[in-house]
Design a protein around this ligand. Structure first.
Ligand SMILES: Nc1ncnc2c1ncn2[C@@H]1O[C@H](COP(=O)(O)OP(=O)(O)OP(=O)(O)O)[C@@H](O)[C@H]1O
Length: 275
């Protein structure tokens, strides 16, 4: 059942956001609210700026202009508190790196480990590791990958890789989950499992924000939809935003965009990671 409880404060609020790579703007005047405790789908054509929006939200890219709040405060505070988990696209990960499934998922705990008191960090790992190990264990169980914990990540199938990336985000036990195409290229059983996990997270009060090209899935599961193509092209319920008419408008918006030159900005403006 969808969570219909209202919440007074937005999980994330984006105001007047512009983002660019070198001299090319890819996001313009983005004003958005991601409601707390809801499952939002971000929908747009290839190159629409969906991943770029996530890069700004996670702090790996600095916006040209604009403000982003989480729960009514600057988002950086919640990032540092480990409250914003991120699942990157599968292609963004170096799968040949010789690391196990367990250690990859443990990566979701690093933010929390940094916050552990100094005396805890100095103890042998068996003394302070239990809480983190439990979180990793639970996340792997949730995505049905516990039995693969010792395997190198390079040996996994495409659907298993997605599940490991999701487990890494779950292990963070954050309030907000940002998921970049969690359903892309997965086998039907993995898709079913991932959707069930996300539904459980939302029912547990988490805010789930995912980029997706899966319209049937979004129509079935999400509470809220954002249509984007460089600008915001619409926000509302799945019924309103994922109608054939709205999706056709979005497709035309992408044709208009490729037909005109993209706006350029005056100075080099891409800046890799900020704190
Ligand atoms: N590092 C980069 N340097 C320069 N341009 C970039 C960079 N990353 C993305 N772009 C460009 O920015 C625009 C938006 O890309 P982005 O990856 O945010 O789109 P997207 O909506 O996530 O697309 P997709 O659905 O294909 O993943 C595209 O035109 C892309 O080519």
């Amino acid at each position: 059942m969808k969570n219909e409880m209202p919440h007074p404060v937005a999980a994330i609020e984006v105001q007047g956001l512009y983002a660019a790579y070198q001299r090319q703007t890819v996001l313009e005047n983005i004003n958005l609210v991601f409601p707390t405790g809801k499952w939002t789908a971000i929908v747009g054509p290839n190159g629409a700026g969906k991943s770029t929006l996530f890069h700004v939200l996670t702090g790996s890219m600095k916006a040209l202009e604009g403000r982003v709040n989480a729960f009514g405060e600057p988002i950086g505070k919640h990032r540092r508190a480990g409250q914003i988990a991120y699942m990157a696209q599968r292609e963004a990960i170096e799968w040949d790196f010789p690391v196990s499934v367990w250690d990859t998922v443990m990566g979701g705990r690093y933010g929390h480990m940094r916050k552990d008191a100094l005396w805890r960090r100095l103890l042998p790992s068996r003394w302070h590791h239990v809480r983190h190990a439990e979180a990793v264990h639970d996340a792997l169980v949730a995505v049905d990958m516990r039995e693969h914990a010792a395997r190198p990540i390079g040996a996994l199938s495409g659907g298993q890789k997605k599940r490991v990336l999701l487990a890494r985000a779950l292990a963070q036990q954050a309030s907000i989950l940002l998921l970049d195409e969690p359903l892309a290229g997965v086998d039907p059983p993995s898709e079913k499992l991932i959707l069930a996990v996300l539904r459980r997270e939302r029912e547990a009060g988490k805010t789930v924000i995912m980029v997706t090209h899966d319209m049937p899935g979004a129509r079935l599961y999400v509470d809220h939809v954002v249509l984007i193509n460089r600008f915001i092209r619409g926000t509302g319920t799945p019924e309103e935003m994922l109608s054939e008419a709205k999706l056709a408008e979005l497709a035309v918006s992408s044709i208009e965009q490729t037909a005109t030159d993209r706006q350029t900005v005056p100075a080099a403006s891409y800046s890799p990671a900020q704190g």
